[in-house]
Design a protein around this ligand. Sequence first.
Ligand code: DGL
Length: 274
Amino acid sequence: MHRLSIGMFDSGVGGLTVLKEVKALLPHERIIYFGDTARLPYGNKSPQTVTKYALESALFLLTKGIKLLVVACNTSSAFALNILQKKLPVPVIGVIDPGALEAVGHTKNGRIGVIGTKGTIRSMAYERSIKKISPGAVVISRPCPLFVPIVEEGLEDDEVAYLMAEKYLKELKRSDIDVLVMGCTHYPALEKVIKKVMGKKITIVHTGRETAKEVRNTLEKKRLLNDKAKGGCEYFVTDAPEAFEEIGGRLLGERLTRVKSLRNLDFKDFLLSS
Ligand code: DGL
């Protein structure tokens, strides 16, 4: 069982920021990554649609034989984690609880900021998770929808990124928070800009990094850890593999190989066969 792969899915390429952290922490694991590039973005879709997509992505990965599933997408974690954990025969880890735990651990004044997609912020999933750990915490959230295309266009060092960060983070800057959670897969690519706008005193939480630790703990606990084999990653996308390779290569900081296109995948077919 421990020789099986870790499955991971996201709406597209952003989840590679999570994969990068898991890969760094668990270099002997094999990871199968599924990016639903044909149907992204998830961040402005309804909870019902995102949940349907999440179930389909998870079922696809199950057909590959996985020992654990990482929901790398914040929006999917916000809307679909509970149902995935109930329905799937393998442990399922989302990105929200690990990020919330880290944020609570760092705050001194109990005031935590969260940024994410419209869907993630509207769901209040971070707020619920933070308050479960620390009921007295004050959570101030703000959607930053244009951060995703800015990163995908490779503009994270451009003035436009700085201007948008100034605009989106203005209220958060005034709200006396001491921790800010980057609650979206793409935002770690903007960490430098976010830090510059928020100032040195604010601790920035990278949910992918915390999720990687949670993956390791869960694998250890369930005796599923693979610490000897040669690790590696395999990628499946539902459309535009070239764009995935280009943007993904930038996010990962290495050339992406083994990207397979599932352009003709009909979810109905494999739903019946799984
Ligand atoms: N992966 C999504 C998330 O973390 C961002 C991109 C999208 O909206 O699909 O919420």
